[in-house]
Design a protein around this ligand. Structure first.
Ligand SMILES: Cc1cc2nc3c(=O)[nH]c(=O)nc-3n(C[C@H](O)[C@H](O)[C@H](O)COP(=O)(O)OP(=O)(O)OC[C@H]3O[C@@H](n4cnc5c(N)ncnc54)[C@H](O)[C@@H]3O)c2cc1C
Length: 638
């Protein structure tokens, strides 16, 4: 195997600071043996990546919400704007956003925004002093209140509401930052000896409550922050593979790969902050999965530290017919079976051409049938997304220009679409496209897509609109913070569904949400959806729901009750518990209906086999939350 490495930086060889050999957990792993063979060429070229995100995350990121501290929506007078210059709409007035927010949510912009105050006190750490000292010999440890608070949660509405009001029933007792697989082995051994709980923490972007501390846990909880484990261990240009530590953040990974002429191509909307290990642990899906695959298609090999030892396959092969693929037990295990420390992942040469595109359709059904036909013919470009009319209008509200009507409906294009084609602006829908490949492939694919679009009344609406659609994806995540400042709660939920049931599902879920709002006395709300991924057998539908909380004594509980009703409707309509957001604690209720009893028992058996002491007591999926009794309950169920 000819391995070519790119960095001249010296390796960060893992140190056992405690000075004790790792005895309990398997000492020599398969990939160590492999390293012995390839040592000379690989070890000298480990690339320690300098992450955009510092260890003190709070220096760069908001402690109470989404993303960078310097990036947020602000309402001022009758104008809205987005601060900072990290995103294309930064520091530009958004003349339509405030009117849109008032129209939909009846917000009172004269009231001062509710900006949360940093807590002044935190629960005392329950980590015993002797254990802390032992851990400090392995890797840096913090018991600082804010370090613990910001790693007590992910990004669900409840998480963010609790962090803003300092209402968490339980936060971690300490945070540790290992920088190597070997250090993780020692930490897990220590947990086994001293009976504390470990929560693996990547980017904290979970939207399922997966990373949130189990409220009932009585043992000390240690958050194992993977962010210092972000080295590229080797990169093989011939085999198009790279072995990477699991804590690398998406944007760092992509930047490093691009600078060497490659891409992993996995771009979930959270990829600025989420990590490789998090993607594996949640079975993530990226926006360009049509070209590069979802995470399960990209991963070739994982190395995982469990309570029972290190689990990994002994060879690096593209496929193996060797019984059920247990690596799929790790993918989607949501931190409950162990810590993913290293991942071998496919890489691709950078495409010669990246082209955006957009199409306008007279209504949702036409756009939907276009997408269905594209999937039937397997014509999907890297990304293809259909937005409903509500989202089209929201896109208009985020325009930086002052003329109402929007980019899509400007000038001649506007006249063509509305007057000549006769599209109703209150019905029309937009498809955004992202095409990658060589110039000829991209042109040919675009031509064929336009041909199919024409059959469903679709009209090309230009590259700028497509690009804008994709780049705005990253700022949309910032809206919830400003919404909460004006008493609006918001969240997204998603599903996968067979083609034949998708249209009915969208209809029924929207109707159910409207009915629920009526029953809860909610007048001002938004329910909207888009079709974000397509497959041979169906698609992913992604809903946004937001409402004014004026009528709600407990806004989060009301939101959750409505989302729960929506999920019941999804399941009744033939949809799944989740397409890529995972189960966590939020969607556990539907786990047993999704997986039959033998399936649940198989998961519990895997837990018993890999984590007999219930070190990873996160309480996600089929596992009960928390305290030491739960490990017994897992055992007794078997
Ligand atoms: C704005 C926004 C957009 C999003 N868009 C997408 C999207 O397009 N596609 C998508 O799939 N998801 C998306 N998500 C969800 C989320 O980003 C993914 O679930 C992501 O994979 C989580 O990665 P993370 O590193 O942030 O993990 P975390 O949130 O830190 O953890 C998630 C779970 O994985 C476990 N875990 C993390 N690292 C490890 C590890 N090394 N070993 C073992 N367990 C580990 C944790 O214990 C936890 O149970 C989005 C979320 C937000 C807030």
């Amino acid at each position: 195997m000819s391995a070519t490495l790119d960095s001249s930086e010296m390796p960060q060889v893992a140190k056992n600071n405690a000075g004790t050999p790792s005895n309990n957990i398997v000492n020599k792993t398969f990939s160590d043996k492999k390293k012995d063979n390839d040592n000379n060429s690989r070890l000298n070229n480990i690339i320690k990546v300098k992450s955009v995100i510092p260890r003190k995350r709070q220096d760069l990121l908001k402690w109470y919400g989404w993303g960078y501290k310097d990036s947020m929506f602000k309402l001022q007078g009758d104008m809205a704007y987005f601060t900072g210059n990290r995103y294309s709409i930064g520091e530009k007035p958004l003349p339509h956003l405030q009117k849109w927010a008032v129209d939909y949510f009846n917000i009172d912009t004269n009231k001062p925004p509710k900006i949360p105050k940093l807590p002044t006190s935190y629960p005392e750490s329950r980590l015993p002093g002797n254990v802390k000292q032992e851990l400090e010999k392995i890797a840096p440890v913090s018991v600082d209140g804010l370090d613990r608070l910001i790693r007590a949660h992910g990004q669900t509405l409840k998480d963010i509401s609790y962090v803003r009001t300092n209402k968490f029933p339980r936060i971690p007792d300490a945070v540790i930052w290992p920088n190597s697989h070997e250090q993780v082995v020692q930490i897990v051994e220590s947990a086994s000896r001293h009976r504390f709980v470990i929560i693996p923490f990547g980017g904290g972007t979970s939207v399922s409550g997966a990373v949130t501390c189990p409220a009932k846990e009585r043992r000390p909880i240690l958050v194992l922050d993977t962010s210092e484990m972000n080295s590229i261990l080797w990169l093989d240009k011939e085999q198009l593979l790279a072995r990477i530590q699991a804590g690398i953040v998406g944007q760092d990974l992509e930047r490093e790969m691009r600078s060497r002429g490659f891409t992993v191509g996995h771009e979930p909307d959270s990829y600025e902050f989420s990590t490789l290990g998090g993607w594996v642990a949640t079975r993530a899906s990226g926006m360009k999965k049509n070209t590069y695959g979802n995470i399960e298609d990209l991963v070739v090999h994982t190395k995982v530290v469990t309570g029972r030892g290190v689990i990994e396959r002994g060879c690096l092969v593209p496929r193996i017919s060797c019984g059920p693929d247990w690596e799929h037990t790790i993918m989607g295990s949501e931190g409950c079976l162990g810590v993913v420390t290293e991942v071998t992942i496919k890489i691709r040469p950078l495409p010669a051409v990246t082209r955006y595109g957009s199409l306008v359709f007279p209504d949702w059904e036409s756009g939907f049938y276009f997408e269905r036909e594209v999937a039937r013919r397997r014509l999907q470009p890297s990304s293809i997304r259909l937005m409903d009319n509500e989202q089209f209008r929201f896109g208009q509200a985020l325009k930086t220009e002052s003329s109402w009507g929007g980019v899509l409906l400007e000038g001649l294009k506007r006249m063509y679409i509305t007057r000549i084609k006769g599209f109703d602006p209150a019905q029309l829908c937009v498809v955004t496209l992202l095409l990658e490949g060589d110039s000829e492939q991209v042109c040919e694919r675009e031509r064929r897509l336009h041909e199919v679009a024409a059959q469903w009344g679709g009209v090309p609406a230009g590259a700028d609109n497509g690009e804008r659609g994709y780049t705005l994806t990253f700022v949309i995540a910032y809206l919830r913070d400003v919404a909460m400042e004006y008493d609006v709660v918001a969240e997204s939920f998603e599903t996968s569904v067979p083609w034949g049931r998708a249209l009915a599902l969208c209809d029924r879920v929207k109707r159910r949400v409207r009915d629920e709002c009526r029953q809860h006395g909610i007048v001002h709300y938004l329910i909207s959806c888009r079709l974000t991924q397509t497959y041979d057998a169906g698609c992913c539908i992604y809903f946004y729901f937001a409402h004014n909380t004026a009528q709600c004594s407990d806004p989060v509980a009301t939101y959750e009750a409505i989302e729960e009703a929506a999920r019941d409707e999804i399941i009744a309509s033939g949809g799944s518990i989740s397409h890529h957001h995972g189960i966590g604690k939020l969607r556990k209720k539907w786990y047993t209906d999704t997986v039959s009893e033998p399936g649940r028992l198989l998961l519990l058996a895997a837990k018993k086999a890999l984590d007999p002491d219930n070190i990873f007591a996160l309480g996600n999926m089929a596992f009960e939350e928390g305290d030491i009794k739960d490990s017994v309950s897992v055992k007794s169920k078997l």
